[in-house]
Design a protein around this ligand. Structure first.
Ligand code: BGC
Length: 743
């Protein structure tokens, strides 16, 4: 016996009967409790076939969504069963992790973040949506907008970096890209802001680990991108796996109910992560699946992913009066509304012939553009780059990632095809192979390989060439979910390979493909130029080739701080000042300390004896073939009243002989706060293209609302006081001014 009997679906024909409100209402009236709970269940597909149990479940109205079925024929058949064979004919949400491309693979999200280009990110998500819909997918589990300051964490690859402002802007662009102008258009898919929240602060960078984040920091840092995603219309949110301050996010009523539903009035669907409801018992938060289902429902998780605790227990709890029918209706309503918004009731089926081809020219062009802007030039001694093919007879191309179409796609690639990737070797051959000899030696079987057996061949190739390009890094599996690392050094013998090549005296250009910042300080003295390409995706090769040979100038900027050694982690630019900030003067080098030095003669500030206080490369850093100089910062007002704006401007001059794009960045420091404020916070950025010798004046408008933060009482406030403001090409920019906000 359960709380509500199923009734026939009777749709009355009065005027407004086909408004979504009425249709949702009619459906809810007609649904039995088991059918309602069915809409709250997302099950895994069979992967290439339809298991009887899944088909039966759909027929009985016990499945609201299926995930991970990319075969359009199977998807259509699943939809047919739902629409034609289930009592109420409710179509399915078809979910898939379309994280950085479907067939056309874009750079990993961290690489995309390095473009600092919202338009590129939106275009990438648009392409991904257009390709995914061909397979009947209508819901992606992206963007991942977890702030993380820990490159050990494998999922940093999937993130948009360390900064809440950058991540908010770019995450919102991704949402817009996936969802298009309207969810109902045939090439739109629903986005999912994940993982709500705090997942990126996993202890020690170990995936799935505990996050302890004070509420104030939660609101000022970790929640901001989610608020932006909600405001951008993200159709769904996913709860995080982690324990957040003692309460798993999936059962965290403060997070899910108070913040998301009450404070932000979020109306979209909230889905759990994979079995994250039943894992609450493993966390030690609930005793069993039933209690876990209860806690998740009370927190407001509308849909359970993969596990079946809702299906197994919610009905009983409703019968016992523990959970109200009203609450269930609210959850089901959100799921139904999403299905209506996607137009699934009108068109549940997919006809691939109605969509553009996978990997079409325009898509590949977009992927190349994204890869090109994602590459960050970290070093370019004596203008080694760009290489001029006219001045080269032969080039050595070395390294385990120079010709590997699979690894360059990076983590979270389910549907991309390695055979479609264009590698560095292919692209460089295509670009210069007619006039320049290319001496390719892989040298190391994988990035981890221990054997240096092929080094002699590699060195001989370099000796026969004018320069060496060495493509090293991490294989795709070394980052991503559950793939954290405790050491973030360049794996295996790759450092030795670089040193061996450098010992020839020939110019050495290192290209690094990786899912995270690596601790690459040891290779810098041996490399004349270093280009950080992340995992650049399908079109990585052509993008890198164009940059190396100067068809385009590098313009990526780091979306995350690069530590010198892993022991500095977490290290990020928006740190607090502390009571004893380190300076060059106070920082002591462990190697320069005399024997029996008294403790108090050393520094007494916040730094590491063996690593100093500075990162290897700061957030926002990245070189160009252009040479940008910032001068003449001004503010339109010395003092503004609350509610007013001021303009901050600076001149930028391209002193170099190459054109290039520069990402101009605006940072602010609020000197005194009700809670201590970061030493710098990104408040704006803009990409500008500049010819050699060109000078441009760039202005940013800052409103006092842009200076707001959550205070001790968790109120969002802008406080009167003094502010410093910087404009420059990285978070280390020296050019600054000041202004005041008065009450
Ligand atoms: C991940 C999610 C992902 C889901 C579905 C989980 O393991 O944490 O990010 O969307 O699986 O594949």
């Amino acid at each position: 016996m359960h709380g509500e009997a199923a009734t026939e679906l009777v749709v009355d024909n009065h005027e407004q009967s086909d408004s979504v409100d009425n249709r949702v209402h009619d459906l809810l009236k007609a649904m039995g409790l088991d059918e309602k709970i069915g809409q709250m269940s997302q099950l895994q597909a069979g992967g290439g076939w339809i298991p009887d149990e899944l088909a039966d479940g759909i027929r009985r109205g016990q499945v609201g969504s299926v995930l991970n079925e990319p075969d359009v024929n199977i998807v259509n058949e699943l939809q047919r069963i739902a629409v034609e064979e289930s009592r109420l004919g409710i179509p399915l949400l078809m979910g898939r992790d379309v994280i950085h491309g479907f067939k056309t693979i874009f750079p990993i999200p961290l690489g995309q973040a390095a473009t600092w280009n919202p338009a590129i990110i939106e275009a990438g998500a648009r392409v991904s949506a257009e390709e995914a819909v061909c397979s009947g997918i209508n819901w992606t589990f992206a963007p991942m907008i977890d702030i993380t300051r820990d490159p050990r964490w494998g999922r940093i690859a999937e993130s948009l970096g360390e900064d809440p402002y950058l991540c908010s802007v770019l995450g919102a662009s991704m949402v817009r890209g996936f969802q298009g102008d309207s969810l109902s258009s045939p090439d739109s898919i629903a986005a999912c802001a994940k993982h709500f929240a705090g997942y990126g602060a996993a202890e020690g960078g170990r995936d799935y680990n505990t996050a302890n984040i004070p509420e104030n920091e939660m609101r000022n840092v970790y929640l901001r991108p989610f608020k932006a995603a909600a405001e951008a219309g993200a159709a769904s949110f996913m709860s995080a796996f982690c324990d957040l301050n003692g309460v798993p996010a999936t059962g965290n009523q403060w997070l899910m109910k108070q913040v998301l539903r009450e404070e932000w009035s979020y109306q979209g669907v909230v889905v759990s992560d994979w079995e994250s409801i039943v894992e609450m018992s493993v966390h030690g938060f609930t005793h069993d699946d039933e209690e876990a289902a209860y806690e998740a429902a009370m927190a407001g998780i509308d849909m359970e992913m993969a596990s079946t605790s809702y299906r197994d227990h919610l009905e009983g709890m409703v019968d016992e009066g523990k959970i109200s029918l009203e609450q269930i209706d609210g959850m089901v309503e959100r799921v139904l509304r999403l299905k209506f918004a996607l137009g699934l009731f009108e068109q549940p089926y997919t006809d691939p012939s109605q969509h553009p081809e996978f990997l079409n020219k325009a898509n590949l062009k977009a992927a190349k553009q994204a890869a090109m802007q994602s590459c960050v030039l970290l070093k370019n001694a004596q203008q080694t780059l760009p290489l001029s093919p006219a001045k080269l007879d032969a080039i050595a191309l070395l390294g385990p990632l120079a010709d590997d179409g699979f690894e360059q796609m990076g983590t979270w690639v389910f549907d991309g095809e390695a055979s479609q990737s264009v590698t560095c070797r292919q692209a460089i051959t295509e670009l210069i192979g007619r006039t320049v000899e290319i001496n390719y030696v892989k040298a190391l079987e994988t990035t981890r390989a221990a054997s240096d057996d092929n080094f002699a061949e590699a060195i001989s190739a370099v000796n026969q060439s004018d320069a060496a390009i060495i493509v090293v890094g991490e294989e795709a599996f070394m980052s991503g979910e559950a793939h954290s690392r405790a050491s973030i050094d360049l794996p295996g013998q790759q450092q030795a390979l670089i040193e061996a090549a450098a010992s020839t005296g020939k110019p050495v250009i290192v290209v690094i493909m990786a899912g995270r910042p690596l601790t690459i300080e040891p290779l810098l003295p041996h490399a004349d130029a270093v280009l950080y390409a992340w995992h650049p995706g399908t079109m990585g090769g052509p993008a890198i080739a164009d940059l190396l040979f100067g068809l385009e100038s590098p313009s990526g900027k780091l979306p995350v701080t690069f530590p010198r050694v892993v022991g500095q982690v977490p290290i990020h630019y928006a740190q607090k000042n502390t009571g004893r900030p380190a300076t060059d003067e106070t920082c002591v080098d462990i190697n320069e300390v005399p024997p029996r030095a008294p403790q108090t003669s050393l520094g007494m500030t916040s730094f590491h004896l063996d690593a100093g206080y500075k990162p290897l490369f700061p957030f926002g850093y990245g070189l160009s073939y252009g040479k940008f100089q910032y001068v003449k910062i001004t503010t339109s007002h010395h003092s503004i009243a609350m509610g007013q704006s001021l303009d901050v401007s600076a001149d930028i001059v391209n002193m170099g002989s190459h054109a290039g794009e520069e990402v101009v960045q605006l940072y602010v420091r609020d000197l005194v706060g009700n809670v201590t404020r970061p030493v710098k916070e990104l408040k704006g950025f803009r990409r500008v293209r500049m010819k050699p010798g060109e000078r441009q004046r760039i202005s940013f408008r800052l409103h006092t609302d842009d200076l707001a933060f959550y205070n001790r009482k968790m109120q969002l406030v802008t406080e009167p006081g003094q502010f410093h403001v910087w404009i420059g090409g990285s978070s280390d920019a020296p050019l600054w001014a000041e202004f005041e906000v008065h009450a």
